[in-house]
Design a protein around this ligand. Structure first.
Ligand code: SF4
Length: 211
């Protein structure tokens, strides 16, 4: 499979935020979001086998493995890799933009769906079959760029995820809205979503590559 980079760092997002994690960033993406901070992953990369990646994950000595991108599900090998990593007792999450059907993954693999809002520039790309097959282990993340995005996300959750126990995470787009604005609105609107701060950017900015 084509892999952009591997590195060890702190997980910045999801319910696993704050944990030391080994990252595998795959190459290629089928979307072109306005705020994308990993455009380098759209083309950069080199071929690596699942066996090589599993060895690197083991050599990292870390229990948590995150497969991210780009869009990992563009390559079928990502599914095989995730499933093989849980088999060796790693705690595995896979970050996907939700535009592809995330089938074929072991239920122990945490799928983190990044549901694209209107202001992402990639609206209406979410594959709704993912709603039908999701489990309580999965998480749905919305990057909120504006008040319009906030309203859209609330409506999406009300329509599709009302009876779900999966975590709903709202993250403020880095330079579009403030954490304070989002926090206030979550309380005012009695939202069921959880505020998520992109920890890795707080910690490492402006060095956002490979950390
Ligand atoms: S889906 Fe992710 S990697 Fe792809 S363009 Fe959007 S933010 Fe960038």
């Amino acid at each position: 499979m084509k892999v952009c980079e591997t590195f060890s760092s702190i997980q910045g997002e999801s319910s696993l935020a704050g944990l030391a994690t080994f990252f595998i960033r795959t190459s290629g993406c089928n979307l072109n979001c306005e705020y994308c901070d990993s455009k380098f992953a759209h083309s950069e990369g080199r071929e690596m086998s699942c066996a090589e990646l599993i060895k690197e994950a083991q050599d990292s000595g870390l229990d948590y493995i995150c497969i991210t991108g780009g869009e990992p599900l563009l390559q079928d090998e990502s599914r095989d890799l995730a499933n093989r990593l849980v088999e060796i007792n790693k705690i595995v999450s896979i970050e996907t933009n939700g535009s592809l059907f995330a089938e074929g993954l072991d239920s122990r693999v945490k799928r983190i769906f990044d549901v694209k809002t209107p202001d992402s520039g990639a609206a209406n790309t979410f594959d709704l079959r993912n709603i039908k097959v999701h489990t309580n282990n999965d998480e749905f993340k919305f990057v909120i760029c504006s008040e319009n995005d906030f309203t859209w996300a609330e409506e999406f959750v009300a329509e599709h995820l009302k009876s779900s126990d999966a975590s709903i995470l709202y993250s403020p787009s880095f330079d579009k809205i403030s954490e304070k604005w989002l926090a206030k609105n979550l309380v005012l609107k009695k939202s069921s979503a959880r505020l998520q701060i992109q920890l890795h950017k707080k910690i490492w900015f402006p060095d956002t590559r490979g950390v």
